[in-house]
Design a protein around this ligand. Structure first.
Ligand code: C5P
Length: 265
């Protein structure tokens, strides 16, 4: 293994994905969003009218996961994100493809989020995705899916390492990662972050008001299913560094993580 492996786990809206992206950009690491892969499989299953919660459909969904071409491609912004910049920096964005089709936005819908726990608790689907995640962590990209319009030269050139975020990266996917971080924040703080995100997303079109309590409730529901599922539950690895971000900005979180990486590298 020659790429530095940074594993970041934590509950929904803990700030891990924004932090991971900024850290990847500044460290010149590749970024791998493992949650996006569970989202893609959920989308693929729903499109085939397979039910994530039905035991009858479990093996069909596993087959679908194994045969779908999932491709993640993070666009890093050319201007470096600096503390002094007054305008809000834009985060690196991960484009997500299912069999060559851009599903970046579709996989973030509430419909997908609602159905994902059935997919995430399917052990065979997890095995398929964990294998794909390990390959990516070792720099092996399966970018040649059918219809894929990808060119290798758009990928990060010789990254110095990888950062993968998710729920079981430090415990299952990359148990030998060079650095593991477990990000937490109180449910209330996370719900406020998610609420603001949702508000921003719908600023242009007039849509019904978002109910904060509903956001909090959905988040707690997802926490519960992530923490309590039998297979690969959300759990801090024994050797992970705990980072409580309740009172930290995204930039402070990224600084902290970079400091830890530089100490280990
Ligand atoms: O990170 P994100 O919120 O997009 O992940 C969506 C869902 O995918 C999580 O709530 C979890 O159920 C599942 N997931 C997982 N293992 C991972 C990443 C995500 O089970 N490594």
């Amino acid at each position: 293994k020659n790429l530095f492996q940074l594993a970041i786990d934590g509950p929904a809206a803990s700030g891990k994905s924004s932090t991971a992206r900024i850290a990847a950009q500044r460290l010149k690491f590749e970024y791998i969003d493992s949650g996006a892969m569970y989202r893609v499989v959920t989308l693929a299953a729903l499109r085939q009218n397979l039910s994530p919660l039905s035991l009858d459909d479990a093996s069909k969904i596993t087959y679908l996961a194994a045969t779908s071409h999932i491709f993640l491609h993070t666009i890093f912004n050319p201007p470096p994100i600096s503390h002094t910049s007054s305008s809000k920096p834009s985060l690196p964005q991960t484009l997500v493809y299912l069999n060559g089709e851009d599903v970046t936005h579709e996989i973030r819908s509430q419909e997908i989020t609602k159905n994902i726990s059935g997919i995430a608790s399917n052990p065979d689907v997890r095995q398929v995705l964990v294998e794909k995640q390990r390959a990516l962590a070792n720099g092996i990209y399966d970018y040649e899916g059918e219809n894929s319009s990808f060119k290798l030269d758009t990928l990060r050139k010789s990254p110095k390492g990888i950062v993968m975020d998710g729920r079981d990266v430090g415990t299952v996917v990359l148990p030998n990662a060079d650095l593991k971080i477990f990000v937490t924040a109180s449910a209330r703080v996370r719900a406020i972050r998610r609420y603001k995100e949702l508000q921003q997303q719908q600023s242009t079109i007039k849509k019904p008001l978002i109910d904060f309590n509903k956001v909090l409730e959905d988040l707690e529901k997802r926490d519960k299913s992530d923490y309590e599922r039998k297979i690969s539950p959300l759990k801090k690895a024994d050797d992970a560094v705990l980072l409580d971000t309740s009172d930290m900005s995204v930039m402070e979180q990224a600084d902290k993580i970079i400091e830890l990486v530089l100490k280990r590298a």
